[in-house]
Design a protein around this ligand. Structure first.
Ligand SMILES: [Zn+2]
Length: 538
């Protein structure tokens, strides 16, 4: 009797659910339009009315006053970071629309949320899934048909790349100058500590044979065990499933050095942690950058992104325990002061000397015809042929340090560097202060040259310091800031504080006003008892 009643109830609720499940704007417009902010919020509310177990937090409020939703989907009882981590389940964070012209992630993320309250409920027994469907909400609301004209739909237009301040949020992970990035780092990455972050984009570079390309953490300063697992197990497994289940070709993100001369090679983008995938790596966590192919239509891009998300979730369900251990060991290695040297500056390197890359054959155009070569920009115009040709070429897919620096026991930071300290704390780095004046044998970075690049980028003229470390006995005032490097975020702290770092706070002008003959950051190389603490009433 009881069992029958349950079956009847399940049947009734199943029918009710199917009819009430909301549709995305992409679906209701036959993929002619993409969702506005209000559409996404209504969609999330509709999902919550079906399943009150779905929680929503605001992780940031944009410059234009929009509250950014973080949707939390897990088993019953998971309501916050504490209960999430107590469940022992891997936390996967999916973020969409960081570039608001690249909109299929936003649609696919909503569809995934709908699946998680209907057909894919079972996944919630294996994973805690966090979804930020509309990260760059301010950029999204500037929808116009003038944006990303090379992209195949949606025909009613898309938003813009930048946020309300004119900043690219995927260059803001280190300097944290936008409320969106500060909220993301503090309220999602630091507070929820996701094991895996998935960042959804659209690529509009080279013409190739992949419906979607992806990238892991590309900074060699990330823990090598994380990088290795992602490159050797996680991503190859997902790629194989994309092929066998859906017949779709995917590969590591890249572009041809020259569309007309593919033999020159395929190269990835950047090692610097201003990009989210690299940033997550420095936090000892996994990251997957997803780039749907701009030249397939909107419907196909939404579909391949959905399939890619499904396969990521399946793979993390499968490997979650191993991945959790790898991440915990990475924390432990950093936290026990076992890091010796890390890279400060880098160069791109071949990952595979000869590998098969799917090239769309392209030919030089006659005068006055053809389209722009996506790689050489202003060079000779080209014609796409539509023919996909496997090419054996070099994959420049990794980076290696050209310059390394020693990881100290602690950094000491000038008490005037308030913005620096605020930044470090937002990242979750533990910062202390000296309780009393202290004379310490440290290394100081003696500056021989300061060079600002001529071209402004993200409202900065980035700085390169040249100089060398010299040993000195220095008297530090009480109140001098201290960052001990035996903490899990030591890799990130190093990258932010090293004077020669290619993406640190020196690079981003945080120290410009207090630069003297020596850098306002010293390093203490040996284990030294310090009279310092965090509680200073600031
Ligand atoms: Zn993008």
């Amino acid at each position: 009797m009881r069992l029958m009643l349950r079956i009847v109830l399940l049947f009734i609720s199943g029918v009710a659910m199917a009819s009430e499940l909301p549709k995305t704007v992409a679906e209701t417009t036959d993929y002619k339009s993409t969702s506005r902010y209000d559409d996404v919020i209504s969609f999330v509310h509709a999902i919550q009315s079906i399943d009150p177990g779905i929680r929503v937090e605001t992780f940031a409020t944009t410059n234009e006053g929009r509250a950014l939703p973080l949707v939390i989907v897990g088993p019953a009882g998971v309501v916050d970071p504490r209960t999430a981590h107590a469940s022992g389940l891997p936390v996967v964070f999916i973020m969409a629309n960081i570039h608001a012209g690249e909109v299929e992630g936003k649609e696919a993320a909503q569809m995934l949320l709908r699946d998680l309250v209907s057909s894919k409920r079972k996944l919630r027994e294996k994973l805690v899934i966090l979804i930020a469907p509309i990260y760059n909400a301010d950029g999204n609301e500037k929808i116009s048909t003038d944006h990303r004209k090379e992209q195949v739909g949606p025909v009613n237009g898309v938003g813009v790349r930048e946020n309300g301040q004119g900043l690219d949020l995927n260059r803001d992970y280190m300097k944290l100058e936008s409320p969106e990035a500060r909220g993301l780092v503090h309220n999602v990455l630091d507070r929820w500590d996701p094991l895996v972050t998935v960042d959804l984009h659209t690529t509009d570079g080279s013409y190739h044979g992949y419906q979607l390309t992806y990238a892991p953490m590309l900074t060699p300063d990330a823990d090598s065990a994380l990088i290795e697992f992602e490159r050797e197990t996680l991503l190859p497994g997902i790629r194989a499933r994309m092929k066998t289940r859906y017949g779709k070709e995917t590969y590591y993100y890249g572009n041809f050095i020259d569309q007309l001369k593919p033999e020159k090679g395929w190269y990835t983008f950047d090692n610097r942690p201003r990009f989210g995938n690299n940033y997550a790596g420095l936090r000892n966590r996994f990251a997957i950058l997803s780039e749907a192919y701009s030249y397939i239509d909107f419907r196909a891009r939404v579909e391949v992104t959905q399939q890619f998300l499904d396969e990521i979730l399946a793979a993390v369900s499968l490997h979650g325990q191993t991945m959790t251990k790898i991440a915990a060991r990475a924390d432990e290695r950093a936290g026990s002061a076992k890091l010796k040297k890390l890279g400060a500056r880098f160069e791109i390197k071949p990952w595979r000397k000869s590998t098969t890359i799917l090239w769309e054959r392209s030919t030089p155009a006659k005068a006055g015809e053809g389209i722009q070569n996506p790689e050489t920009g202003s060079g000779p115009r080209i014609v796409r042929t539509g023919e996909i040709v496997p090419m054996k070429i070099t994959d420049y897919g990794i980076f290696a340090p050209t310059e390394k620096s020693e990881v100290p026991f602690a950094y000491l930071i000038d008490a005037r560097a308030k913005r620096v300290i605020e930044n470090l704390r937002t990242h979750g780095i533990i910062v202390e202060r000296l309780n009393a004046p202290s004379k310490l044998g440290v290394e100081q970075f003696v500056i021989t040259k300061t060079e600002h690049v001529a071209r402004e980028f993200q409202k900065h003229r980035e700085l390169t310091l040249t100089g060398e470390w010299k040993s000195n006995d220095v008297s530090f005032d009480a109140g001098t800031y201290v960052v001990r490097m035996n903490q899990p975020l030591a890799r990130l702290a190093f990258y932010l504080l090293e004077p020669r770092s290619d993406d640190g706070l020196f690079d981003w002008n945080f120290f410009d006003e207090i630069l003297g003959d020596v850098a306002p950051v010293s390093r203490l190389m040996t284990v030294t008892p310090l009279n310092a603490g965090v509680g200073d009433g600031e």
